[in-house]
Design a protein around this ligand. Structure first.
Ligand SMILES: C[S@@+](CC[C@H](N)C(=O)[O-])C[C@H]1O[C@@H](n2cnc3c(N)ncnc32)[C@H](O)[C@@H]1O
Length: 223
């Protein structure tokens, strides 16, 4: 099931690239506009990196939001990488996490950031295992993801594949990608088992509900 499911994530993003670009660029996702975009920018800037890589960069907004960094954006979806290149602000490469796990992202940057882009299971493990191939020694990994307590819903609070949903998105979206739910302790373990020391966690709040809008984890490779 898992290889089928990992492939299903990429297939879905190919299908939904155009509505995704529209949603991000027109501010359709309220929680991003109200909380999570600024939260991830602040988390990156707190470590004052000079170079960075945005893993699963989509249409590239985060690279453009950090003009002081020399940045590379990476994504598996050709339509998203082309759209990112057209807007500029950095270098954009067409690579999947599986290719990165195989060593094809040869960088030595100060910081890697994953903004709501860690969706699968094995693909994410591989991406983390490969961190020393794109992060320098002492490099920082910043992950923003759905908050497990908010995203769990009625299902049991255990790791596992979940059906995707585009509820709340425009009618242009179809065939939501499956995603792999991780508990808070599993997110922490993902960092620890890959040699990344957890430096901090942030829980940005949604200003209207007072509930967590996301979870941000920051880890560091050994010096
Ligand atoms: C929710 S979007 C987030 C995009 C961007 N980080 C942002 O904040 O707008 C998830 C992104 O992860 C990318 N992604 C998911 N699985 C991937 C994989 N195995 N390899 C490369 N990119 C992947 C998708 O193509 C998509 O652009």
């Amino acid at each position: 099931m898992s290889s089928h499911t990992e492939a299903g994530i990429v297939d879905s993003w190919v299908r939904n690239a155009d509505p995704w670009v529209t949603a991000v660029r027109s501010g359709e996702i309220a929680s991003r506009v109200l909380a999570t975009n600024q939260a991830v920018v602040d988390a990156v800037r707190a470590y004052a990196p000079r170079t960075g890589v945005d893993l699963g960069c989509g249409e590239g907004w985060l690279v453009r939001a950090l003009p002081e960094l020399d940045m590379v954006g990476v994504d598996a979806i050709p339509g998203l990488v082309e759209t990112a290149r057209a807007a500029g602000g950095g270098e954009f490469r067409l690579l999947s996490y599986e290719q990165i796990a195989a060593g094809l992202l040869d960088l030595s940057v100060d910081l890697a950031v994953c903004n709501f882009s860690l969706i699968g299971n094995e693909s994410v493990d591989g991406l983390f295992r490969a961190a020393p191939s794109y992060l320098r020694r002492g490099g920082i990994m910043v992950v923003q993801t759905v908050h497990p307590l908010m995203a769990c819903g009625d299902a049991p609070y255990v790791d596992g594949w979940r059906e995707g949903s585009w509820a709340g998105f425009s009618s242009g979206f179809a065939d939501a990608p499956p995603w792999y739910f991780r508990t808070l302790s599993s997110w922490i373990a993902l960092f620890a088992t890959n040699g990344l020391r957890l430096l901090e966690m942030r829980e940005p709040l949604h200003p209207h509900t007072g509930k967590p809008a996301s979870l941000i984890l920051v880890g560091q490779l050994p010096e």
